[in-house]
Design a protein around this ligand. Sequence first.
Ligand SMILES: Nc1nc2c(c(=O)[nH]1)N[C@H]1C(S)=C(S)[C@@H](COP(=O)(O)O)O[C@H]1N2
Ligand SMILES: [Mo]
Length: 315
Amino acid sequence: MLIKEKSTILSSEITDKAIFLNRRKIIKAAAGLSITSLLPNTATAEKAKKYAQVPSGPYSANLQVTSIEDATNYTNYYEFSTNKKDSTILARPLKTSPWTITIEGEAEKTGEFNLEDILKNNPLEERIYRFRCVEAWSMVVPWIGFPLGAMLQQFKPTAKAKFAEFTTLYNPEVMIGQRGKSLDWPYVEALRIDEAMHPLAFIATGMYDEDLPKQNGAPLRLVVPWKYGFKSIKAIVKIRFSETMPATAWNKMAAGEYGFYANVNPHVPHPRWSQSRERILGASIFTPKRKTELFNGYGEQVASLYTGMDLKKHF
Ligand SMILES: Nc1nc2c(c(=O)[nH]1)N[C@H]1C(S)=C(S)[C@@H](COP(=O)(O)O)O[C@H]1N2
Ligand SMILES: [Mo]
């Protein structure tokens, strides 16, 4: 039996980051200038070069981007802490290179693969692109990465592969949050295979023209823009193709609140808070909240995945 930590787990999936960031914005405005903007950053210039040639992808939300400071200093990463402000520092000791990914289950190519080799794979490298999406906790992040499907195809999933299951690294020596029971470790998330192959499902290896920061899921994380943030699993070490629906971490913890599908859906109220309105990031607290959109606004792209399904039942 898991003990739930109310203040952290029950904060609103959509709005809490926006509220936090708007508060910061006001504090910063009052302070006049942010200190970091005064410092020359040569490391950033170096990294920007690495990604300078990366082209824009087909999906780019026409929205103001969240500041890098905010996106990297207010994160959800229970392996380190349930406090959204602590993972930036706590994740520093995590070694993200070299990185091995184990492929299991219903695929022709299974075994252990070096991330470097997976990334060097030609078709994949050609497809690395920029992608700006609204993340379902009110961030707009300029990601760098590639469609998840391009990576999964490398392993030739068989006809029996109906689901793709992802697992985060388990290493309580470094991931000190894993010494506690905030979740049933390791963190596991999964997608139906057609969702996983949809070009909007994205693997991020970078953001803001830099390598992915550790607290945001380095060296690789999932981004599923039409679903709630918890589907976007960080620091993936294992992918398993399976015929049956896998058990996932948040669903195991509170099945009534975190469904397998977790599609952003204003018509399915969370048991303890409304999901019908949100305030997008960067907007001031005086801006009225906007309506939360079905599939986070990506309905045109993904609605057909769910034709004939009762989304209130399969939430
Ligand atoms: N391994 C792992 N992945 C995770 C989480 C986590 O705690 N552990 N939190 C999820 C949740 S609830 C959200 S909202 C997003 C947050 O991503 P961000 O911290 O980069 O904004 O990561 C998701 N991926
Ligand atoms: Mo979340």
